[in-house]
Design a protein around this ligand. Sequence first.
Ligand SMILES: [Zn+2]
Length: 343
Amino acid sequence: MRRSKGSWVIAHGSPDLAPRIRADLGAVPAARQTPPGSPLSYFLSSRPRSRSSDIETLVKLSAAFQNTTIVLVEQTFDETVSADARRLVMLNGRIVHDLPSTGGEITSSAVEDLFKRIADDPPNLTPESLRTPQFTAEDWMNRALALARRQMGKVAPNPAVGCVIVKGGQLIGEGATGYGGRPHAEEIAVVDAGEEVFGGEVFVTLAPCGQRTAGRPSCSHVLAEAKVARLHAACEDPHPFAAHGLTYLTASGVDTSLGLMRDEAQTVNCGFFKVIRTGLPWLAIDMDPSRYDRAFEPVPGEDHGVALKRLAREGVTRMFIRPDTKLAFELTASGLVDEIVSP
Ligand SMILES: [Zn+2]
């Protein structure tokens, strides 16, 4: 589950703003000291669960204190998703920049750079810069795909799925399939969104499961119960047991759509799909082992095709072999290689 280290709030422009942030947000001054005479103030908000209400409060404050800049640097750590951050810049009652994470951890030097950039060059006040960015459905699905990609090779025998929940143009919750395939991405995202999930719009890289083998409520039941308004799934779940989630959601009154960025989503789970279709895992020649369940290591005397089928039955979906090896040549010659990833 998501754990948070808290968010940085940086205010710039008015000395009166700092006490208001402290009072309205319940934030504490950050360990980093504001330089004397600097128009900057740094705060630490340690209320990860209520970050949407923090954003709302800060937008209102930025409306009350015209021509001040407030930056929220979200910093979270998650057991299933690597560290993730968002940077929201607010000015005159609007979010003027919303920079979603491109992955990786926000380091103290990245935060320092941001401070410096704001101190040296406050965001300009042109009408264009005041425009609240409107994210497209593709932007949100791309974020869900990025979450899913980070879990490739860590979730077998299940597919790696990413889920993002949005409301009023803002991210309210997200998640990716946990290690070993549980929890499912939608379960994490619904918990992450908390009570705001009601009426939300869901972007998920695979249609939510209709049933669970583990006996827990399926993701389609969890989402219907949470009363989300809309759901976009990138592609169908071909697993015979998990299928029919979309039918259930539609029958429960959720507006569902299927196929947004289907090709990208199918690439993420090509191994899962191939096992269902053929009984064989995805096999790639690749230097980088990070997105695979494991390396293919033949057992002496066992036919490669037979070995791959056995591994698929054992729950392996994505395998790799290193390039320029005898094994790579043998498997390529046997037509068993699906993909050659160039460095
Ligand atoms: Zn599920």
